[in-house]
Design a protein around this ligand. Structure first.
Ligand SMILES: [Zn+2]
Length: 621
């Protein structure tokens, strides 16, 4: 039996031998012949001998393990921990992943060694050549020298060519420019990598020392000013170069970007002197002072000026639209259409405020053409003690903006006290109104809280002639209800017509075979299952069941349904308070027609009529 001793164990034995006794003990213990020969040096080497291997896109790379002195050994290869092959060589073909871990596990006898590479298989050598200086444009003073470099930390560069003004001037890894004549020139570097030929061009400007222009300021920024037809500019002080900078001049062009060649045609807006120690500068310009053209698109450029009067050559430019001024106008009326004077109208930010004139009109501004504003009224919104009215529900306008939405017809709603027996709406009349008009939230088919009501009043009604099975004259009784509505509202809300084709509201009597006593349905617009409140109504049907057992009840049901048809599309949530629009109107006419409709309902209906079509009820506060 021959005992193979690895390098590591060999050292153990040497240590044991120096101890003498241990060697004997070991030999007795293993009961074997031990050949103690010098261990041959086992050396694995690897190619490439780099931890990170870059493979240009579309290429492959061979990896190799070499073992000395015995060429008989095994190697297992893994990519990202997965077996991919055996043998001393492995050809790596770029995979879908960008970076892989490639591992070689080499074994000679019972001696194992591992080597891991990171392989970047989408590496593009072309992008990894660095040229310096990095600026594209170099301002150089005659007599000064400037060294240009092309280098790559990741790939050998084999060939260089430097050309000045198109003429070859060098083939080294760098080029030292020593310019003696002033003027404009170009320097081109061309280098060759294993995969690409790459070129880089610098523009050179050579000046006499006293003619070197200052650098332009940095971070030049232009924006519309806070007032209409103004602009604000900001910039950071220019880095020093050559003679000290004494100021900055700003020019404007309405035809295109400014540069050295067209600066003469620019309109000079102003000059800002430098202040020692100041880093950030700002300057503002206006139509009235600087002749800015409202509504124009403009380019502003800036130059530094040094104390010998030389201006920076590169021109930072910023584009801006010069805003126009506009005013919001409007009329404030109450819900009866009466113009209201001395109502305060403000922007919601309170920057602007005004009062209405005697005829209710107002004009507020000027705003900038880029501004979106919201106005609000400010009136007495708490009722004086003991009064039933006198205050208003202040409202917000929708968004107002230049050009298309500069006018606000504002309707202030009379603030009413809710019936004290009704506590459901927290005593808020606007809440009551929105509840009854179903505008307190979006509906399934109405993605807003707008009030959609009849386009015109009085609304036409057609009631057919009809005698019920119990011999009640439904036609006559329901036509009376139309008159009762108008009487109670003290204004014609409804008007009878003799042709159903002319009517917006049509009555239908009969028995639908269920317990429903009355029902108001939207007939038109049709097609999307709209319900009342979803959309501007065009045709509505009022159904009254023909089995009602008293004339009064017929009229109560008809009156209630007409309330729905007129715009109180939902029921009042208060059981007390004698509301016609409570779930059941039974008994509402017990105390006479003048007491059938609660004042809250009358107020609500009057506001529905007074408010503009599509009024955004969420504006009510
Ligand atoms: Zn109802």
């Amino acid at each position: 039996m021959k005992l193979q001793i690895t390098g590591g164990k060999w050292w153990d034995f040497r240590a044991a031998r120096t101890a003498g006794l241990w060697l004997v003990f070991f030999c007795l213990a293993c009961n074997a012949a031990v050949e103690l020969e010098p261990e041959p040096t086992s050396t694995f080497s690897y190619n490439p001998d780099l931890a990170l291997v870059n493979i240009a896109a579309g290429h492959f790379r061979d990896f190799q393990v070499i073992h000395a002195p015995d060429p008989v050994f095994t190697v297992a290869w893994e990519i990202n921990g997965v077996d991919v092959g055996f043998g001393p060589r492995f050809r790596y073909l770029p995979a879908t992943t960008r970076v892989d871990t490639l591992t070689a596990i080499a074994t000679w006898e019972n001696h194992t060694d591992r080597r891991t590479w990171l392989v970047d298989s989408m590496y593009d050598l072309a992008t990894n050549v660095e040229f310096s200086p990095t600026a594209d444009l170099m301002d150089i003073v005659t007599g000064d020298t400037c060294r240009f470099f092309a280098e790559s930390s990741r790939a050998p560069l084999s060939t260089y060519l430097w050309e000045l003004g198109g003429e070859p001037v060098g083939t080294g890894a760098s080029y030292l420019l020593n310019s003696s004549k002033t003027g404009i020139d170009t320097l081109r570097a061309t280098v060759v990598t294993p995969d690409h030929t790459i070129s880089r061009l610098w523009d050179l400007r050579v000046f006499e020392a006293d003619q070197l222009p200052p650098l332009p300021p940095t971070d030049f920024f232009v924006q519309p000013g806070a007032a209409p037809a103004t602009v604000e500019t900001f910039w950071r002080v220019a880095a020093p170069r050559g003679e000290p900078i004494i100021g900055y001049e700003i020019g404007i062009s309405y035809t295109g970007p400014l540069d050295n060649s067209n600066w003469q045609s620019a309109i000079l807006l102003g000059e800002t002197p430098t202040v020692p120690g100041q880093e950030i500068y700002l300057a503002a310009f206006a139509d009235t002072i600087n002749g800015l053209i409202p509504g124009a698109h403009a380019w502003l450029g800036i130059r530094s000026i040094n104390q010998t009067g030389i201006r920076s050559l590169n021109l930072p430019n910023m584009e801006v639209d010069i805003t126009r001024p506009w005013w919001a106008t409007g009329v404030v009326r109450d819900d009866a259409g009466v113009a209201l004077a001395d109502v305060t109208v403000r922007t919601t930010t309170s920057t602007f405020t005004t009062q209405t004139e005697a005829d209710g009109t107002f004009r507020i501004g000027p705003f900038r053409s880029i501004d979106y504003i919201t106005l609000r009224t400010e009136t007495l919104d708490i009722m004086p003690d003991g009064e039933e009215t006198g205050a208003w529900t202040d409202i917000l306008s929708g968004p107002l903006f230049f050009g298309q939405s500069q006018h606000w017809d504002c309707v202030l709603l009379t603030m009413y006290r809710l019936d004290s027996t009704c506590t459901t709406y927290a005593g808020s009349f606007p809440a009551f109104l929105r509840g009854l008009t179903h505008t307190e939230r979006d509906t399934d088919l109405r993605p807003n809280q707008n009030l959609y009501k009849w386009e015109s009043y009085p609304v036409t009604v057609w009631v057919p002639d009809y005698i019920s099975p119990e011999n009640y004259d439904y036609g006559v009784r329901c036509r009376q209800v139309v008159a009762m509505w108008n009487e109670t509202m003290d204004e014609d809300y409804l008007t009878l017509v003799s042709d159903p084709a002319d009517a917006s509201i049509v009555f239908r009597f009969g028995d639908d075979g269920n317990a429903t006593l009355g029902k108001t349905s939207l007939l038109e617009p049709s097609g999307r299952n709209y319900i009342l409140g979803d959309i501007i109504p065009e045709k509505v049907e009022v159904y009254v069941r023909d089995r009602l057992n008293t004339v009064q009840f017929v009229q109560e049901v008809a009156m209630h349904e007409l309330g729905h048809a007129l715009g109180l599309v939902r029921h009042v949530a208060c059981a007390d308070g004698d509301y016609l629009m409570y779930l059941s109107p039974a008994g509402m006419l017990d105390d006479g027609v003048e007491n059938a409709i609660n004042p809250d309902e009358r107020h609500a209906l009057r506001l529905v009529r007074a408010l503009p079509q599509g009024y955004d009820m969420s504006l009510l506060r």
